[in-house]
Design a protein around this ligand. Structure first.
Ligand code: NDP
Length: 307
């Protein structure tokens, strides 16, 4: 017989696990599917020094393992598997796992996150977590007084470059066009920061490094000439994409594909479906903000079921 669950959580980052902790403690017997990247984006970072309660820091994978354990302690049923189809037309919602197994869910908490975009260079993949990062706020601190580069010319790149400039000796911005896409205010901030050097019309040909991690980058100008820069950190800021493909024609999404929620809540355009974490947040994207929104989704879900 087809299984029916009260709360189905999709995604295993800080938002998903926090929703699982709260809903299991509320006796809602949540089932959580981990998806293709168990633990989410944090498993690709090394040390996390800004998650409150860890004064000596914690590694991303350890933090996620702790959250998972905490959810399991209260009975959350955490399963390996990826949701491949959902039908939100009527409740209980119809959900398919790994293309075969079918489940009915009275409520859904979507915490499928967002993925940073990467350039797709093999050398970039090789040094991921060893100098290559897509989060300056998370990893910038490790490059204090060093030289680093930020790829991208949007608001995120400018913001990350400005942040890194306050810590690092020098920040190169690698921009493929002859101008920045960022807002004028952000551009001014970048141009007024003496230790940021914007390299217009440059693309990254290769990230260079050795066993210690990133040591430089080989850049190709649009006229075909090449230049090498010495850097210890290589930060991507070329955008994120929310993992909302499954819901695209069933939930209201914004122009970038993020799930729209009723302001101040986790409620989506479909009753009984809640969204938490980066899948609904293009701005803050921190583990702690994702965890907080997982809590909000759990409380909204609990109240909905009690109605
Ligand atoms: P954007 O899409 O705005 O910018 C991405 C940047 O990366 C562009 O400069 C783009 O270049 C460049 N890029 C994309 N792909 C590549 C590639 N393969 N190689 C090299 N460069 C590449 O993303 P953001 O994350 O900056 O911003 C997302 C949204 O969030 C925007 O609406 C932004 O305004 C907003 N935001 C607002 C902030 C604020 O108000 N404080 C802070 C951060 C973000 P190109 O221009 O050539 O396409």
């Amino acid at each position: 017989m087809e299984e029916t669950v009260k709360v189905l959580i999709i995604g295993s980052g800080p938002a998903g696990y926090t929703a699982a902790i709260y809903t299991s403690r509320a006796n809602l017997a949540p089932v959580l599917y981990e998806g293709i990247e168990p633990g989410g984006q944090l498993t690709t970072t090394t040390d996390v020094e800004n998650f409150p309660g860890h004064p000596d820091g914690v590694t991303g994978p350890d933090l996620m393992a702790q959250m998972r354990r905490q959810a399991e302690r209260f009975g959350a049923d955490i399963r390996t598997g990826t949701i491949t189809r959902v039908d939100l037309a009527s409740r209980p919602f119809h959900v398919v796992v790994d293309g075969t197994r079918e489940i009915k869910a009275e409520t859904l908490i979507i915490a499928t996150g967002a993925s940073a975009k990467y350039l797709g260079l093999p050398s970039e993949t090789k040094f991921r977590g060893q100098g290559v990062s897509a989060c300056a706020t998370c990893d910038g601190f490790f490059y204090r007084k060093k030289e680093v580069a930020v790829v991208g010319g949007g608001d995120t790149a400018c913001e990350e470059a400005s942040y890194l400039a306050s810590l690092c000796k020098r920040v190169y911005m690698i921009v493929r066009k002859p101008h920045l896409r960022a807002s004028k205010a952000m551009q001014q901030r970048v141009f007024n920061t003496p230790n940021i050097e914007v390299l217009f019309e440059h693309n990254t040909a290769e990230v260079l490094g050795d066993e210690s991690g990133v040591t430089g980058a080989l850049l190709r100008r649009n006229d075909g000439t090449e230049v090498k820069i010495d850097i210890a950190g290589f930060f991507l800021a070329i955008g994120h994409h929310p993992n909302t493909e499954l819901f695209s024609d069933q939930l209201a999404l914004d122009a970038e594909g993020y799930i729209k929620v009723e302001p101040g809540t986790s409620k989506t355009s479909v009753e009984g479906v809640f969204a938490a974490g980066d899948v609904r947040d293009p701005h803050y994207r921190q583990a702690i903000t994702a965890a907080a929104s997982g809590c909000i989704a759990a409380l909204d879900c609990e109240r909905f079921l009690l109605r």
